[in-house]
Unconditional design. Structure first.
Lengths: 628, 486
């Protein structure tokens, strides 16, 4: 089976081509089925491969497809690597990808760009699979930029709306800033080790100086910051919510944005050597986690809240990476993929029911009207808030325990971020599903549960969100931690945990208690006091205004980068290029012109003269060749 | 012989076209350019089979007393450049089918003569012959721009002509200087290998002087900052096919020239001044990219983006390592194809809407989805997305420059970001959003237009996914060139 790994990305590619060329002709239902079946086929194959890999002794299989770029000692084969890490990501991508394809059939059913949507979605899955399957950094980069392209296309899916187009462009450009770092990192890897294939590079990692390793690790991390929306390159992700909601679930929550985590886990050899790089990752991660969580507190757009929550959760994952808890990060990627995809799809179902409304101030009391959506979103909310025994509890607990071991201070910040998460998520839940309906009569009349193509994925994801924790039960419970055992072969193990069981129990207790208290506070504010967030334009306290406006970071970037660049562009063009450089050239030129005025007499003639003289000249030259 | 045929055939066909009237002229031109491409493919097959085949070389004494030979030959790099030229010329001719040119027989005849000169430049193994073809190439394009160009063409074309001619004169002086230092059994020679030997026998100071004299000619041709100011005006004013010839093929004369007629000639000069030249190239990348951001005319935007691209190519070449030079060759091929595609899109926009002003356009995606996709694919090639042709070269180039200097690579790499900035902004303004001016309509594409764009898009993707056939030739060619450097 493993030999057939090439088929896993090939199926979505075929789906992409069919839908791309014939999508409009074959009609919506066929188009949706082809797209979904192609992902299902990949999923089934991925499961088979996963099972086979689990059963085999050899944990790392390289499958060579063809030689791609050769240049001297730089050899870049188009090669796939099947190992525990990539095979796990295959399951997440194709599994959740399939569910979201099914969901999209319902969600996008009335959209005229239906076939185009599935074309992009298939292409996305193809590139995402390349990203995790590549056996060298450049194939990862191919997938990396490819998913960026699909993200661009899908954010700007409704291309008549220029605000959406701006969001799409912003996402692409910001990602490219990261990509430049990534690219330079790859080049430095090549220059240092003479190869960019993982197995060769990591074997030689010990031979390079720590300074070089640190540079490589930091350059790669710049790429991760872009793709996984970390400070300072995170502002594109909330804007990316302009895309259709299934896109937000698949690309901007479950898969693409976790590519940065994948990359660092893949390169964990470098990060375990370089403390500087690891610390940087941890600090950027925890700061992002906190920062984004605070913004999430005051947002009123249901998707924006989830977007900031995603940024924040990704921050937590980077914190885990920074403190060396690589398998915990992957664990959280997995559980987060379950519950965040669920929450986004649930939000999509809510928006669907509300006839396009995304503002939670105008919702309320939906629990009775859309029961499946409510129940499943409740599961997701509990999971992300970290209440046992839901999946998020286990993965977050593992991260926080490792962080505590590394630094109690970082642990505290991580803890606060988790509490904020529990708060804004329950705020969302209470405002959306409880209390009185605050929308229009028309909306109330139209409220309806989504079709089964949409609720089915919700139910599956809800189940996964509840039981997903089984993948990584705490070691001190004397339970097998499948996740960390599974990834053992590719991760540099740090020393076994030095925390004693009492401390671990205590940390766990604090986390649960903190979450419970926070949720209770949210309950008091939004259920008992029935607080509704202020309307647009209402006066807010100062700090809240700042946070509500996302700390004015977008405005800051505009003022410091975008506008100066525009001014510089005009200045370079109008002044420097035309006045100075060309002025100089013309100065020299006019001298030449005066001198050459005699020659100019020849240019008063007609076309015929020019051409004849040219022909004569050429014939003369040719004749000369043979005569002399 | 095959090489001589590649030069002779477009010459004869071109001369014939001058005497044909009406549509027959363009059909004849198209047919002969396709045959020429066929001959080039034949040369490719032959080369794959035996790179040293006698058929690929031709040498005949020309002016014996001065040691001038009509010596042409196809090596790996020449082969790739010929493939590019002969692939693009039919597309360029085909792209003109919806344009009405007066005296079109002259127009097409000149294109074929231009092709003859270009193939000559890429194959010449004799310094004097190289110079002759180099100047010969300027004449047809000069007339194409002058006679069929747009506003202000007289002044702009004159400047272009004088500027490049001036550069060439420096090169001529440099070549004669080298020639004077050749010594083959007491005789002087224009043979390329003899000129290499002569160059290397020079002192560092002499080599430095020769370096600059020859580099200036190439720098103007490409063009490299700050010798670029003729380019935007010329590109914008020239008729579309003229712009395609200039940007798609002719600027490669400059980059080709640096690889074949500069690097191996003056290694010491390169060591001393290469850094300066790289710095100019790299400055040009950022400078032109930033200017491109605020352009309003799409054609002018492409013109500036071309300066940025060629700056990176030049920097890669001057880094003089395997990845840099190989990346340059791959990028020359990719840039040639992509820039022709982009200029064609500018032309289609003008033809369909009457304007290239991006502020006046918008919403075309809604009117013609196929065009939007074709445009997007070429654009992605231009911003070097992986799996498009542009990526292979760009990755190798930045890699090559990095080996020379990490800082230079980081600055040059800004093209990755800035390219996306100006290209996506242009795409959004032209294609996306709502229709800006309800008078602007955009119907379906003509058959020939679809064909040209389709072929270009296939090339963009095919050579991005599987560059091996071309890349292998480039790899070996560069290895040989770099051997010469040591």
């Amino acid at each position: 089976m493993i030999k057939l790994i090439g088929l896993v990305p090939l199926f979505p590619l075929i789906g992409f081509l069919i839908n791309g060329f014939f999508g409009k002709k074959i009609g919506k239902s066929v188009s949706g089925i082809i797209a979904s079946v192609s992902i299902l086929a990949s999923f089934i194959l991925s499961v088979l491969i996963f099972v086979e890999l689990n059963g085999s002794e050899e944990k790392s299989h390289i499958v060579n497809l063809f030689s791609w770029i050769n240049s001297g000692n730089l050899k870049i084969p188009f090669e796939f690597l099947v190992d525990p890490l990539s095979s796990l990501f295959l399951l997440i991508i194709t599994g959740i990808g399939f569910l979201i394809h099914i969901y999209s059939i319902g969600y996008m059913s009335h959209d005229e760009g239906f076939a185009r949507f599935f074309t992009y979605l298939n292409l996305f899955v193809f590139f995402m699979l390349l990203l995790v399957l590549g056996n060298n950094y450049l194939i990862m980069f191919v997938g990396w930029e490819g998913v960026g392209l699909c993200s661009y296309l899908l954010i700007g899916f409704w291309f008549k709306n220029n605000a959406y187009n701006n969001a799409a462009r912003k996402a692409f450009v910001m990602n490219r800033i990261g990509d430049l770092g990534f690219l330079l990192g790859i080049i430095l890897v090549f220059i240092t080790f003479g190869s960019i294939s993982y197995n060769e590079v990591f074997l030689k990692a010990g031979t390079a100086s720590t300074g070089v390793i640190t540079t490589i690790a930091l350059l790669l991390f710049v790429g991760a910051m872009g793709k996984s929306a970390q400070i300072p390159l995170y502002t594109w992700l909330p804007d990316a919510m302009a895309g259709p909601t299934p896109v937000s679930a698949l690309i901007h929550a479950a898969t693409m944005v976790t590519a940065g985590i994948y990359m660092i886990v893949r390169s964990n050899v470098f990060y375990s050597i370089s403390e500087v790089a690891s610390e940087t990752v941890a600090i950027v991660g925890v700061v992002t986690a906190l920062f984004a969580a605070t913004i999430g507190l005051f947002q009123n757009d249901i998707k924006k809240i989830l977007a900031y929550s995603t940024v924040s959760q990704l921050g937590l994952m980077f914190l885990a990476l920074g403190v060396g808890a690589y398998s915990s990060a992957v664990f959280h990627v997995t559980t987060h993929a379950f519950f965040k995809a669920l929450l986004f799809l649930g939000a999509g179902s809510v928006i669907h029911a509300m006839g396009g409304e995304q503002d939670i101030r105008k919702m309320g009391g939906l629990s009775g009207k859309i029961k499946i959506t409510f129940m499943t979103m409740l599961m997701g909310t509990i999971a992300i808030s970290g209440l046992p025994p839901f999946s998020g509890f286990f993965s977050k607990d593992e991260i926080l325990a490792h962080t505590y071991e590394h630094s109690p201070l970082l642990w505290m910040f991580g803890m606060i971020a988790s509490m904020l998460t529990a708060f804004y998520m329950f705020r969302l839940l209470f405002l959306t599903f409880f209390g009185k309906f605050r929308g229009t009569h028309e909306q109330e009349h139209h409220l309806h549960e989504s079709p089964s193509s949409m609720t089915f994925p919700l139910i599956v994801l809800a189940i996964l969100s509840v039981v997903g924790g089984l993948l990584g039960l705490p070691e001190f419970w004397h339970m097998p931690n499948w996740m960390s055992n599974n990834l053992e072969s590719i991760i540099v193990r740090k020393n076994p945990s030095t925390l004693n069981h009492e401390t671990e129990w205590m940390l766990m207790g604090i986390a649960v208690l903190a979450a419970a208290v926070t949720i209770y506070v949210a309950y008091i504010i939004y259920r008992q006091k029935k607080t509704i967030p202020l309307k647009e334009g209402d006066k807010m306290p100062g700090l809240q205004t700042v946070i509500y406006n996302k700390y004015y970071v977008d405005e800051f970037y505009d003022a410091v980068i975008r506008k100066p660049l525009d001014v510089l562009s005009v200045a370079f063009h109008k002044f420097f290029d035309i006045q100075i450089i060309d002025g100089l050239v013309n100065g020299v030129g006019s001298t030449v012109k005066t001198v050459g005025s005699g020659i100019r007499l020849l240019q008063q003639g007609n076309i015929g003269f020019y051409i004849i003289s040219m022909v004569i000249g050429i014939v003369f030259i040719i004749l000369l060749t043979f005569l002399i | 012989m095959l090489t001589a045929l590649l030069i002779l055939f477009p010459l004869l066909a071109g001369l014939l076209v001058f005497f044909v009237k009406g549509n027959a002229a363009r059909n004849l031109a198209l047919g002969s350019s396709i045959i020429e491409f066929g001959i080039a493919l034949g040369a490719f097959m032959l080369f794959k089979h035996n790179p040293n085949a006698a058929l690929l070389n031709f040498d005949h004494a020309w002016v014996q007393s001065l040691g001038i030979h009509f010596s042409v030959g196809i090596d790996g790099m020449a082969l790739l450049m010929i493939l590019l030229t002969t692939f693009l010329v039919p597309l360029i001719i085909l792209s003109s089918f919806k344009n009405e040119y007066s005296n079109s027989n002259n127009f097409y005849g000149l294109i074929l003569l231009m092709q003859m000169a270009l193939v000559g430049v890429f194959t010449a193994n004799d310094g004097f012959l190289f110079y002759v073809f180099w100047e010969l190439a300027l004449i047809p394009i000069y007339f194409i721009c002058l006679l069929w160009g747009g506003e202000n063409r007289g002044q702009i074309t004159f400047k272009f002509f004088v500027y490049t001619l001036l550069g060439s004169l420096f090169m001529l002086v440099g070549l004669i200087y080298l020639y004077n230092h050749t010594n083959v059994d007491g005789l002087k020679s224009w043979n390329v290998q003899d000129l290499y030997a002569a160059g290397r026998s020079l002192t560092e100071v002499q080599q430095s002087a020769v370096f600059w004299m020859i580099f200036i000619a190439f720098a103007i041709k490409m063009p490299i900052f700050p010798f670029h100011t003729w380019q935007p005006d010329t590109y914008v004013t020239a008729p579309t096919q003229g712009t395609m010839l200039l940007s798609g093929i002719m600027l490669k004369m400059g980059t080709f020239g640096v690889i074949k007629w500069l690097l191996p000639v003056v290694p010491l000069g390169l060591e001393k001044w290469g850094g300066t030249a790289i710095a100019l190239s790299v400055v040009g990348i950022v400078y032109a990219s930033i200017i491109a951001i605020s352009q309003k005319d799409f054609k002018r935007l492409i013109a500036y983006s071309s300066i940025a691209h060629v700056g990176l190519i030049s920097a890669g070449i001057l880094s003089a390592n395997q990845q840099g030079v190989q990346g340059a060759i791959m990028q020359m091929l990719a840039h040639g194809v992509n820039v022709v595609g982009l200029f064609f899109i500018a032309d289609i926009l003008l033809r369909h809407t009457g304007t290239r002003e991006m502020d006046k356009l918008g919403g075309i995606r809604g009117m013609n989805g196929n065009f939007a996709v074709l445009f997007l694919i070429i654009l992605l090639g231009s911003v070097a997305l992986p799996l498009t042709n542009g990526f292979v070269g760009e990755f190798l180039l930045i890699n090559g420059v990095y080996q020379y200097s990490a800082v230079m690579a980081a600055i040059a790499g800004l093209t990755v970001i800035l390219g996306a900035v100006y290209m996506l902004r242009a795409y959004q303004k032209i294609m996306l959003g709502e229709r800006n001016d309800s008078n602007v309509a955009f119907g379906s594409l003509a058959g020939t237009d679809k064909l040209v764009l389709g072929i270009i898009c296939v090339a963009v993707v095919a050579f991005g996914v599987y560059p091996k056939p071309l890349n292998d030739i480039a790899e070996v060619a560069v290895r040989d060139i770099l051997m010469n450097l040591k």
